[in-house]
Write a protein that binds this ligand. Structure first.
Ligand code: AMP
Length: 280
């Protein structure tokens, strides 16, 4: 496995792979790797000759300076994990390499970013759009792999690929969970023991909301019940709990046909903000 910190060195490696007619898969991450990331690498390995995993804690997508400062950075451990996955190349650039100058281009994803993560984290999706489009242009992959865990990110990037005619295929992989149902996240390691013990309630509440909706309960009642459940667990501060249309991400009043409904949640446990979702 090769490790690159500069665009130039990564590019000359990839140019050579293209001459050899190899296909390239890209897995963008912010590191502190867990099994969720590994499933993306494995999916890429299965479909491409070369897998590039990028590890870059992208400052432009953090609206909260403390979250950026405290974001876990475990490059050495990450490289060890990646070495065992069959990943061909790691791109771990510095902030200066990615942003020699402050970018002036801005992304506006319209109604896709006025809700949920976009509403709670102003500027977040501009940062995501900037870094992902840079990575797409740097790596020029045949396929790029993202997790369903970040459902709104998937919607935004899908739209960006369409609007800007990026010539690549997006592959979306299911959310990987701990045995107790907690969605794997790099931020989970910041939870203390008590917070970690209540964290699985996020998935439990999502699942019971889904079941109530499928049993015919109204969206309004289900949202209220879920909010009450979060309120009853004192460690949680709920940010949002939304039942939305999977494509538009706008709140729905009534459940639609199978596969187009999503329940999305963001909640704080102490200073740590966790997100999760279920699609049904
Ligand atoms: P991150 O390092 O958190 O920016 O995540 C990098 C990629 O891994 C994103 O596409 C995420 O959606 C994906 N990812 C993060 N957590 C999970 C998970 N538990 N299951 C599947 N994919 C995930």
């Amino acid at each position: 496995m090769e490790v690159f910190t500069t665009i130039q060195h990564l590019r000359s490696f990839l140019d050579h792979q293209i001459e050899l007619r190899k296909t390239i898969g890209l897995v963008p991450t912010m590191g502190a790797l867990h099994e969720g990331h590994i499933t993306l690498i494995e999916a890429s390995n299965a479909e491409n000759d070369i897998t590039v995993c990028s590890i870059f804690v992208n400052p432009t997508q953090f609206n909260n300076p403390e979250d950026l400062l405290k974001y876990p950075r475990t490059l050495e451990q990450d490289l060890e994990i990646l070495g065992k996955t069959g990943c061909s190349a790691v791109f771990a650039p510095s902030v200066e390499e990615m942003y020699p100058e402050k970018t002036v281009v801005k992304f506006d994803f319209g109604s896709l970013e006025t809700v949920m993560e976009g509403a709670s984290r102003p500027g977040h999706f501009n940062g995501v759009g900037i870094v992902v489009s840079k990575l797409f242009n740097i790596v020029n992959p045949h396929r790029a792999y993202f997790g369903q865990k970040d459902l709104q990110q998937v919607a935004v990037i899908t739209r960006m690929v369409k609007d800007l005619s990026f010539s690549l295929q997006l592959v979306i992989c299911p959310t990987v969970r701990e045995d107790d149902g907690l969605a794997m996240s790099s931020r989970n390691r910041r939870l203390d023991a008590k917070e970690r013990s209540v964290a699985p309630h996020i998935n439990r509440i999502l699942q019971s909301a889904k079941n109530e909706l499928l049993a015919g309960e109204s969206v309004e009642n289900v949202v209220q019940t879920a909010k009450n459940e979060f309120d009853a667990i004192k460690e949680f501060t709920l940010d949002y709990f939304e039942i939305v249309d999977l494509l538009s991400l706008q709140p729905i009043q009534k459940v639609g046909p199978a596969g187009i409904n999503a329940i999305c949640v963001a909640a704080f446990l102490g200073p740590v903000r966790l997100i999760d979702n279920v699609v049904f």
